[in-house]
Write a new protein. Structure first.
Length: 192
């Protein structure tokens, strides 16, 4: 969550990977394909440049930037972040947010504060919120591990009220009881 008046942060579009060919093209690692569109201006090594070539796949894109004309120039950028100004990024669909917009949101189950979103991470099957649990004394709430991963799926998340800085989750679905209190013991012995 950015504070009002703060400029929106730059969005990471990926990192410069190994060179591809001799013309200055390179693979992008950890790509966010929606930000790697032909004609988009990206910043790398403190310099803005336009994407003048886009090939490969969304999972393994190949790009070439204006002013990067050969393999040596692409190799010199290897490992550096590619960023895009948020105001220049494509508009998101309703119900979608950039990861930084979720950071700092309170995570609740009913009226119970669970913790605060630290960041969003990518898992093999979905994205997840990494939540730093609220502390009670020297222990996280309910003496659970200090970090909770909440998958970004309908069953886990009841409501996203990002503009209010609040995300409502179902701790029962996450296996920790919660407002439904339907833990694994509730169904033991049935159907056997």
């Amino acid at each position: 969550m950015t504070m009002e008046g703060d400029p929106p942060p730059d969005l990471q579009a990926g990192r410069v990977g190994r060179a591809h060919g001799l013309d200055g093209s390179f693979y992008v690692t950890s790509p966010r394909p929606q930000l790697l569109v032909l004609g988009t201006s990206v910043t790398v090594a403190g310099r803005r440049a336009e994407i003048v070539r886009r090939a490969g796949t969304d999972g393994r894109p190949i790009v070439r930037l204006e002013g990067i004309e050969d393999r040596a120039a692409a190799d010199a950028l290897r490992g550096m972040a590619l960023t895009v100004k948020e105001r220049e990024a494509p508009a998101l669909a309703e119900g979608e947010w950039w990861a930084h917009e979720l950071e700092g949101c309170a995570v609740v189950d009913g009226e119970r504060l669970i913790g605060t979103v630290i960041r969003m991470i990518e898992l093999p099957s979905c994205e997840a919120l990494e939540v730093h649990r609220e502390m009670t004394g020297s222990q996280p709430t309910g003496s659970h591990p200090p970090v909770l991963l909440v998958p970004m799926v309908k069953d886990a998340i009841r409501r996203m009220a990002v503009e209010e800085g609040r995300i409502e989750v179902d701790m029962g679905f996450l296996g920790e009881g919660g407002s439904d209190e339907g833990g694994p013991e509730a169904g033991e012995g049935e159907g056997q």
